[in-house]
Write a protein that binds this ligand. Structure first.
Ligand SMILES: [Ca+2]
Length: 217
C-alpha cells in the first residue's frame, strides 16, 4: 500500500514538473521567425512620412554627392615615380619630383632640412624651368606666404650659390627688379616673393615661409 502511495506521489510530482516545464515554455515563448525586411521601401516610407515630396530631391542630392566625391577619392595623389605628396616635372628642362609646402611655415634652414629628410633639397633656381614654378606659385599658396628656394649666401648682396654649389649671378633675370638688395644687411636667403610676382628676392633666412622641395628620382 505504501509503495502504491509512493508511486502515485511520484507520478504527481512528475506531472507537476512536466506542467511546470510546459508552463515555463509558455512563459518564455520561442522567438518569432524573422520576417525578411526590405530596406528600400522602408526608407522610402520614412522619407515620405517625414519629408513628403522631398524623395526625388534626396535622391538627386545623393547622386550629385557621389559624382563629386568619387573623382576626388580616385584622384591620383602623386606622380608615377614620385613619393606621395610630390608631383612630377618632366620637360626638356629636366625630370624630377617637386612639391610646394605652404601649410608648414619654416625658416630657410629648417625648410631645407625638411626637403633633405625626404631625399631631396630646396628647389634649385634654373632659368630653364623657373617660369613653371613662378606660374604655379600663387595657386599653391596656403597659410604661409612666399616660398623659400635653394639659394643663399654668406655675404648678403652677392655671391649667392645654389644648394648644389652653383653660383647664382646677381644679373640672372630671375631676380626681381632691384634685388638682391641685402636689405638691412641681413638678407642672405632666396625666396620666390609674391609681391614681386614670385621673382627672386633675398630675404632674412630666419623668417618663416613656405618652400619648394625638389627630388631627383
Ligand atoms: Ca631683398
Amino acid at each position: 500500500m505504501k509503495f502504491q502511495i509512493f508511486l502515485v506521489a511520484l507520478g504527481l510530482l512528475s506531472d507537476c514538473r512536466i506542467t511546470s516545464f510546459t508552463r515555463g515554455v509558455s512563459i518564455f515563448p520561442a522567438p518569432p521567425v524573422p520576417v525578411p525586411v526590405r530596406i528600400a521601401p522602408l526608407v522610402s516610407q520614412w522619407q515620405s512620412a517625414r519629408y513628403p515630396g522631398y524623395g526625388s530631391a534626396f535622391l538627386i542630392f545623393a547622386l550629385a554627392t557621389l559624382v563629386v566625391i568619387l573623382p576626388i577619392l580616385h584622384r591620383p595623389t602623386s606622380a608615377p615615380g614620385c613619393p606621395s605628396t610630390y608631383y612630377l616635372y618632366s620637360t626638356t628642362c629636366g625630370r624630377f619630383c617637386y612639391r610646394y609646402e605652404s601649410s608648414e611655415c619654416k625658416s630657410w634652414t629648417s625648410a631645407r632640412t625638411t626637403c633633405r629628410a625626404e631625399g631631396g633639397d630646396l628647389l634649385v633656381p634654373s632659368e630653364c624651368f623657373y617660369q613653371f614654378f613662378k606660374d604655379h606659385a600663387r595657386q599653391n599658396e596656403g597659410s604661409c606666404s612666399n616660398f623659400w628656394i635653394g639659394g643663399s649666401t654668406t655675404t648678403p648682396g652677392s655671391n649667392y650659390t645654389s644648394v648644389r654649389g652653383d653660383l647664382i649671378s646677381n644679373s640672372v633675370p630671375l631676380w626681381a627688379s632691384g634685388q638682391p638688395d641685402a636689405f638691412g644687411g641681413t638678407e642672405s636667403c632666396i625666396e620666390m616673393f609674391s609681391s614681386f610676382n614670385y621673382l627672386m628676392n633675398d630675404a632674412e633666412c630666419s623668417n618663416s615661409k613656405g618652400f619648394i622641395c625638389q627630388l631627383f628620382v
